[in-house]
Write a protein that binds this ligand. Sequence first.
Ligand code: ZN
Length: 658
Amino acid sequence: MQNLWNDIEAAACVGDLAQRVYSSRLLGCERSLVLHGGGNTSVKTRERNVFGEEEDLLYVKGSGWDLATIEARGFTPLRLAPTARLATLAYLPDTEMMRLLRSYAVTPEAPAPSVESILHAILPFKFVDHTHADALLAVANTPDGAQRIADLYGEQALIVPYIMPGFALAKACAERLAACPDVKRLSCIVLMGHGLFTFGETAKEAYSRMIELVTRAEEYIRRMGTWHIAFPPATPPARPLRAELAALRKEVSAAAGAPMIMITHSDDKSLGFARRSDVASIARRGPATPDHIIRTKRLPLIGRDVAGYRSEYEAYFEQHRALINGPLTMLDPAPRVILDPELGMLTAGRSVKDARIAAEIYTQTIDVILHAESLGGWQALPAEDLFRVEYWDLELAKLKKPAASEVFLGEVALVTGAASGIGRACAQSLLKRGAAVVGLDLNPAIVGAFPSPAYRGIVADVTDESALREALEQTVRAFGGLDVLVLNAGIFPSSQRIAALDTPTWQRTLRVNLDANLALMREAHPLLKLAPRGGRVVIIGSKNVPAPGPGAAAYSASKAALTQLARVAALEWGADGIRVNVIHPNAVFDTGIWSEEVLAARAESYGLTVEQYKRNNVLQVEVTSHDVAELAAELCGPLFAKTTGAQIPVDGGNERVI
Ligand code: ZN
């Protein structure tokens, strides 16, 4: 493992806390040391309080912060003496420990301190680093793991058998440190089945020891087992998989009790691991470290029997629930990692972020498992120990409830013509409500239209049916299924009276505005049918449907036919739980069609100013893309749960329509 310490960069970080931030980030950017909020670090320092008195403080990582991106305000300053003294108590419930620790913070606005704060406090070293290093776990999680670690690190390591993190672990370490003849000779504590603490008088010393000790574990694996694990090129089945994937995601969502995002990973490693003949044995022993359990669950699902996984999880819960005092509610029994020999690795979560985190953790876990296997056999902690962590109040507190605004969390929407105007606004409104969104457009700008991981842009011509099928396939592999379809892409040919309307213009308009939508609806139907909460289709029609204008025959006819198509779809698909509604916008000027010049010319032809022209409706209001998009999003939400086949104007009120 590479030591990333840079003396020049480090010199720019003046003071204990700045040094702490610097080396914490070095640890955080190495995935095989810590992942997603895992690990923690601290520094002991002395500061002058408001009375001018010197105080010994422990700056320890606050919960909710990631080491890779932590800042000075991500550390909680605790009074050192009472924090360390807690380890002398005979017993302290963890929730009470957290309450007391919070009361020792000298700044009330600081984040909740790490659950491992007491352990940091009792170590008589200035800088303390803690990681869940993969290589160390691979060596430790084997038969004779403790002996191997003892041989590897000798007298500089204090080896502590697995103990539940929190007060019990801090107390056990305090007792062992007290019994240690020369604590200052120690450079690390190895927590079996959990991770590694290193320490030193400087940030550089603690960090360098971490890198050095983990490197030694890596070299041990290289010497005694197999370091380089090759995954030969592998390919997923060539047939379309979207129907199978969406059906599986529906079952996973039903088990979770809410729509779930499900990402398909079919790289060589994911496929190679899922296709191993021993996968059902090695992948079903447990996680690399208990910290991962809230992200990945204790075990992955092997194959596609979600019902079987569900009843196995329920049995595991019933078997162990008595380990926890007090009433306990079972977490949802849905798998977060699925290993299927055909499909590869699938990861599930309530959000794209959660499903990605599960993937990152499991990708690292594969290395730990295979390294430990090469050393003689991968061993995980017993189910009881893992259950205690899974249902530990302090871990449960990390499972955030979705925000009330995220009504579409776990759901997947596809929006056509999403690079600009109403389509782009629809994508934005759906993303804001928590949906994962796929945008389709001819314009290559679609690819990077939104920087969110919950967004995917695909360049596609909606009149190309094979491109539509490919886009649906990509959508389902990226996010698991399809819940919402917004049909927005369309063209508005330049004004032509019927007497002069050429056939190619007519045909092209109908092909884009009508035929393409029929094809996409037909291809999307099997997926919308599998939407956990029922599929929804929103069609962007036009005021021209109820009130056409001269010179717009092709456009008006195409949108009228599209509206009729939507009405028939509402009738045919109601039994499948799919709602189909139409929005008729008018005079939305913040779209690609309306340049400043076109707008000025049009206003002038009516004898109006641009401002007057924009508000030329009953309510005298301007209608924006955002207004249309917000209505489209709401139509897919609970407010309209019992509405289908509706046509709703967004036009400020039009005398000819009213
Ligand atoms: Zn830990």
